[in-house]
Design a protein around this ligand. Structure first.
Ligand SMILES: [Zn+2]
Length: 478
């Protein structure tokens, strides 16, 4: 498969993926087209920013088999963009057994010329018991092997299952990697997102990323713009959205801050082509079908606007800053994102070392890889002199200056990334934790400089924190 990474930040990246119907640039979202229920004409999808779509091979197989085989899925939907076909495993989760085998649905997807083919995996819902999740997973793996043996002439998407059991998610990812797909899709996560269980979602993504760090990752069923920035920063490349239509049917309006009910909106917080033409009052007066189309169109515009914002942040290397703002949309997003502390190894491995800027956005900024890297790099700086002068005040000539968040910064590094490029609130107003982290890093630094003496000039709020340092320290209070 043609897959090329062209820009990176955090675990996120901008990639190019070649398909039989042209190249797509990720991160991107595949709007879900239900052939039974065409709310938006698939031909119009590129107008909103979509580069590809996803439709359900099982529905087409049951209702439009002959026509779809004759025309191919692109002509059937009257589109030229790449098409992913889902196998019907979602229906399987809802209704139990399907009247089709894995082999049949794979062959059907191939016959109708799908660009991305998905085997009929078994989506195990969250909180399943280990034994049943394991039995489901073994069957999924068997079906993925069967898909691989068919030598499919399209991109093969291999789902990663295993419920909320991380060990099984890892096993699933390992098995899929061994089988060898083009895209790896993390499945059965919709119930987690519906329940705002973002911690479980983040854990699953990061466990899968530890096994599949470079390969393209699709987050199956994730279509809410509120989650995209975080999911991309964790290394997800592809999403699909039924949400734009499902929420529209429910009179709900998607934003990056969460979902709004049309009935509660006084103003549209959006300048997309549809929101600029009408007020919420006017939209409430429309008949059901027109209202649904209006909301679906807005939801698509909002979806792809956020994707562009994320891509720009990747290019500018400000994805951490963006995520730290976006997670404020819901407390569960904040606690979910803070799990990155448990996975700092993989994040540090892929996050670029040099960036243009470092904007402090609050406590979550303390956990960026740049902070940890600085603290460990500075320990390697050697001093020939016996007494080292450290100051919290730039007005005093010193060898090292103490900066909130980072800790000590040698005078030579005051102009370079990250400390020299950091925009941080005044020491009088910044969160105490940012000063505490600096002091912790200072202590670690002193411990590595055995036999040296330290003169430490301390001013302002630092006074209450800088005491009882290890080593031989003289404090000069200002
Ligand atoms: Zn809008």
């Amino acid at each position: 498969m043609g897959f090329e990474i062209i820009a990176k930040d955090a675990l996120g990246r901008i990639c190019k993926i070649e398909t039989k119907h042209g190249r797509i640039e990720t991160p991107t979202v595949f709007p879900v087209i239900n052939p039974n229920l065409l709310l938006i004409n698939p031909k119009k999808l590129p107008d909103y920013g979509a580069q590809a779509l996803i439709t359900n091979a099982y529905i087409i197989y049951r209702r439009y088999r002959k026509e779809a085989i004759e025309k191919g899925v692109h002509k059937f939907l009257e589109v030229e963009v790449p098409v992913m076909t889902d196998s019907g495993s979602y229906q399987l989760m809802l209704y139990g057994d399907l009247e089709i085998s894995n082999h049949e649905i794979l062959e059907f997807q191939q016959k109708i010329g799908s660009d991305f083919i998905v085997p009929l995996d078994i989506p195990t819902p969250p909180d399943a018991d280990y034994e049943s999740a394991k039995i489901d997973l073994e069957e999924t793996i068997r079906r993925e092997k069967e898909a691989k043996e068919l030598n499919i002439n399209s991109l093969l998407v291999l789902p990663v299952q295993g419920s909320t059991i991380l060990d099984l998610r890892r096993k699933s990812a390992e098995a899929a990697r061994e089988i060898g797909g083009d895209i790896y899709a993390i499945g059965a996560i919709v119930p987690l997102m519906d329940a705002y269980r973002f911690r479980d979602l983040v854990r699953i993504i990061l466990e899968v990323k530890t096994i599949l760090p470079v390969e393209p990752i699709h987050l199956f069923g994730c279509g809410h713009p509120m989650i995209f920035a975080m999911a991309v920063a964790l290394g997800c490349d592809l999403f699909d959205s039924a949400a734009y239509a499902l929420f529209a049917r429910d009179d709900r309006y998607l934003t990056i801050y969460g979902t709004k009910k049309l009935s509660e909106l006084h103003y549209f917080p959006c300048s997309c082509p549809v929101c600029t033409k009408m007020t919420p009052e006017e939209v409430k007066e429309l008949d059901k079908r027109d209202r649904e189309v209006f909301l679906a169109e807005h939801n698509l515009y909002a979806t792809f606007e956020e994707i562009k914002v994320i891509k720009e942040a990747i290019k500018e290397n400000t994805l951490f800053e963006l995520v730290e703002k976006r997670i404020r949309a819901h407390p569960n997003l904040i606690s979910a994102w803070r799990l990155i502390r448990d996975y700092s190894e993989i994040i540090e491995k892929f996050d670029p070392w040099i960036k243009k800027k470092f904007l402090y956005c609050g406590l979550d900024t303390l956990f960026r890889p740049a902070v940890k890297r600085h603290a460990s790099a500075v320990k390697n700086v050697d001093f020939e002199k016996e007494t080292i002068i450290i100051s919290t005040d730039f007005g005093i000539l010193a060898d090292l200056y103490l900066r909130p968040v980072f800790g000590v910064v040698p005078i030579e590094l005051l102009e370079s990334y990250p400390c020299g490029h950091a925009e941080i609130p005044d020491e009088d107003t910044i969160e105490k934790e940012a000063l505490e982290m600096a002091v912790e890093n200072l202590k670690d630094f002193i411990k590595t400089k055995k036999g040296k003496k330290f003169v430490i000039h301390v001013k302002g709020r630092w006074k209450e924190l800088i005491k009882d340092l290890p080593g031989e320290c003289e404090y000069v209070l200002h």
